[in-house]
Every structure is written in structure tokens, then in C-alpha cells.
Design a protein around this ligand. Structure first.
Ligand SMILES: [Mg+2]
Length: 124
């Protein structure tokens, strides 16, 4: 069993902050990769799926909502868990993302404890 992670966010700084927060949370990932938008993420995932995706919503090229739907069409990502990470926190949007195939939602600002809470149920 292993735990592979992909962080999808158009901000390189935010990807670094998320990575650091994951480390602080004590969650042990076997591998971590990054993508700068949904399109880049989808290209990587189609050849090498991951266990957990942490996904921004507002991104150029392909946003988080589109990425969730596309990942759910990939047969090699059936078991992939998608957790959204965003400042947008309207219940309507969250409902729409969950209906589209997302598995969880973390609002910014986040803490190591929030990551621990939302990700540990999905860790192998
Ligand atoms: Mg963004």
C-alpha cells in the first residue's frame, strides 16, 4: 500500500505552502507531484494515476470543477480521492463539486489539523 499525492494549483507559492502544511500535519506521503492547472494535471494522471488529489478551483486552462469531471471519466482514477482547496466556500459550490465527483473540501486559510482531518480517512 502506498499514498501518492498530486497538488494542483496555479500558484507555485500556494503549492509550496500546501506541501509544507502536509509535512507539518504528519501525514506520510510516498510521492508528491504538482500541476499548475487542470489540463496539466489531467495529462499527468492519464499516464500515472495518484491516490489523492488536492485541487484548487480557480485556475487557467482548466479549472478545478472541470478537472473533477474529467478525472471521473478516467478509468485509471476510479479510486482517486479529490479534495478541493479553496477560499470559495459557498455551500452551493461545494454541493456542485461533490455532485461532480469531489470527495472533500478544505477552505483557506487552512491548518495542518484540517489536512489531517480531511485526508487521513483516505490514506492507506
Ligand atoms: Mg488559483
Amino acid at each position: 500500500m502506498s499514498n501518492s499525492l498530486m497538488i494542483v494549483d496555479d500558484s507555485a507559492t500556494m503549492r509550496k505552502i500546501i506541501m509544507r502544511t502536509i509535512r507539518m500535519s504528519g501525514l506520510e506521503m510516498d510521492s508528491t507531484e504538482e500541476a499548475g492547472n487542470g489540463k496539466e494535471a489531467l495529462e499527468k494522471l492519464s499516464s500515472s494515476p495518484v491516490d489523492i488529489i488536492l485541487c484548487d478551483i480557480n485556475m487557467p486552462e482548466m479549472n478545478g470543477m472541470e478537472l473533477v469531471k474529467k478525472v471521473r471519466e478516467l478509468s485509471n482514477c476510479n479510486d482517486t480521492k479529490i479534495i478541493m482547496v479553496s477560499t470559495e466556500s459557498s455551500q452551493e459550490l461545494i454541493d456542485e463539486l461533490m455532485a461532480g465527483g469531489a470527495n472533500g473540501y478544505i477552505t483557506k486559510p487552512f491548518t495542518p489539523e484540517k489536512f489531517q482531518d480531511k485526508l487521513s480517512p483516505f490514506m492507506n
